[in-house]
Ligand binder design. Structure first.
Ligand code: TXA
Ligand code: MG
Length: 330
């Protein structure tokens, strides 16, 4: 890849216009959302979308989420249904992605869907993201702004550390409030959770008035990007650690004297917001062996545990572990 100068822009009206102009000419801009920083490109421009895959080193079979400024625009691109309308009304703008049948005339690049006849759509809840999407006035494909397989970014500095020289600009909107990616629900047939995330599953169940299927319980593929070793820090990760051995760096949760603590008070929202930042920090510290405290598996804890399981998976057995993971999740 050729080196390009990456501009680090402050959040401002001027930067919003610059970001939209870069998107219009087919460039790549990273911007904050409430979940993690996204790496945006014009979803209708094949070359621009191809650049996302190149900049991230992302396998081209892994489709992208389309981001829109407001929920009203979504029906232009996908076929809505009752469940999707309910979820959209309850959680958009917000940390929920819906997978729906792609409209044939949507005009979205085939690279966005990686050839699937479904499209993942989301309306983020972040003033900087919304301003850029509104100014661009079109669908923006945006995966998390990290090199493929690495930890997702929750600050502009994380984005620069991973993608400086590979993208046109990063708009710095401070740290992301939620800290884990959106919950992905497929509304093709019976609503099915493909990825735990920023909206807890209990909230979705309450909204729909019934249980949701999990990806592993249906023929539907889980989100193709859910590779086992996604979100990996460089060190080896040991989960459910009651304490750390001498050679380990301890990532704690709750009232423990760990090296880093996701939430000393045991608050799952705080832990989610700190998760990726602390994994980045463990990399920066050069931690080779990481012990992680048990995290309660409810509410946002389910998304946190999903990311931690993937961080702990052996990197060289991605494919095999990914399959095991599907079964285990079931
Ligand atoms: O919070 C988020 O969702 C962030 C911010 C930037 O919006 N985005 C994000 O994108 O996490 P990414 O690309 O890192 O993860 C998107 C996931 C991938 O696992 C991909 O396989 C899945 O969504 N996905 C995309 N389109 C899909 C589709 N049509 N069917 C099933 N899964 C899909
Ligand atoms: Mg990602």
């Amino acid at each position: 890849m050729t080196y390009i100068k990456t501009q680090l822009l402050p959040a401002s009206a001027q930067s919003t216009r610059s970001a939209a102009a870069i998107l219009r000419r087919g460039g790549l801009v990273s911007f904050p959302t409430e979940t993690v920083y996204g790496l945006g490109a014009d979803a209708c421009n094949d070359t621009a979308v191809a650049q996302i895959y190149a900049a991230k080193g992302r396998p081209s079979f892994n489709p992208l989420i389309v981001h829109l400024a407001d929920a009203g625009a979504v029906a232009q691109f996908v076929q809505m249904n009752d469940a999707a309308r309910r979820l959209a009304a309850a959680f958009w703008p917000g940390a929920l992605t819906l997978v729906l049948p792609l409209k044939p005339d949507a005009g979205v690049s085939k690279l966005v869907t990686a050839g699937l006849d479904t499209l993942a759509v989301r309306v983020p809840d972040h003033r900087v993201a919304t301003a850029i999407l509104a100014e661009f006035d079109g669908p923006v494909a945006a995966p998390s702004a990290n090199p493929s397989g690495r930890i997702s970014p929750t600050t502009a500095a994380h984005v620069m550390a991973g993608l400086d020289g590979r993208i046109d600009a990063v708009v710095d909107g401070g740290a992301c409030g939620v800290g884990v990616e959106s919950t992905i629900v497929s509304c093709i047939g019976v609503p099915t959770v493909l990825r735990a995330g920023g909206i807890p599953l209990s909230a979705l169940t309450a909204c729909l008035g019934g249980p949701l299927l999990h990806g592993a319980q249906t023929d539907a593929p889980i989100a193709p990007g859910q590779l086992a070793s996604h979100y990996a820090p460089r060190g080896a990760v040991r989960l459910n650690a009651a304490c750390a051995a001498a050679h380990e760096t301890w990532l704690g949760f709750g009232d423990v004297s760990a090296d880093l603590n996701l939430s000393p008070t045991g608050d799952l929202s705080e832990a989610a917001a700190n998760l990726f930042g602390m994994l980045h920090k463990l990399d920066a510290l050069g931690a080779k062996h990481i012990a992680v405290s048990p995290i309660p598996d409810h509410g946002l804890g389910q998304a946190i545990n999903d990311r931690l399981r993937r961080a702990a998976a052996p990197r060289d057995e991605k494919e095999a572990i990914w399959r095991m993971d599907i079964t285990k999740d079931g």
